[in-house]
Design a protein around this ligand. Structure first.
Ligand code: MG
Length: 160
């Protein structure tokens, strides 16, 4: 087997009133938040799916099913910690990851450095290896209508 593996992750959560907006472990002040069984941290979920995908280990729904009350309101950074421990236990480590948040509002840019730091800290890697970008959806589709936030993520792993 080659010493490199690539993984791709995607997630989308619905924006609703009465929920906190948490992305990359950062609570962002906004009139709406993301709906979900856990804290609905869509960025961290996409990153977890990319990590699992790189090693063909399934997806986060397999490890943290929404039917399981243990994950109700769960801090997704704690789930990321478990997923990356699994990756490391298989003999792999992160080279780098890149992601893009699709959100019409609020402005993500001021929060990106803290998201990178939080994710890097959980994974025990340098923030320079964590890429997080943000774009609007040009008012198109559910994301553009502020009905949802979506994230694409890609990771590269190397055999230790
Ligand atoms: Mg999710």
């Amino acid at each position: 087997m080659a010493g490199l593996r690539i993984g791709n992750g995607y997630d989308l959560h619905t924006l609703v009133e009465g929920r906190d907006l948490i992305l990359g472990g950062v609570k962002i002040d906004h009139s709406k938040g993301l709906l979900g069984h856990s804290d609905a941290d869509v960025l961290t979920h996409a990153i977890m799916d990319a990590l699992l995908g790189a090693l063909s280990l399934g997806d986060i729904g397999h490890y943290f099913p929404p039917t399981d009350d243990r994950w109700k309101g769960a801090d997704s950074l704690k789930l990321l910690d478990q997923v990356y421990q699994l990756v490391k236990s298989k003999g792999w480590q992160l080279v780098n990851l890149d992601s893009v948040i699709l959100a019409e509002r609020p402005k993500m840019k001021p929060h990106l450095p803290m998201m990178r730091e939080k994710i890097a800290a959980v994974m025990g890697v340098e923030p320079e290896t964590i890429g997080i970008k943000a774009t609007t959806n040009e008012k198109q589709d559910a994301v553009g209508a502020e009905g949802a936030i979506a994230v694409h993520a890609v990771v590269l792993l190397e055999k230790v």
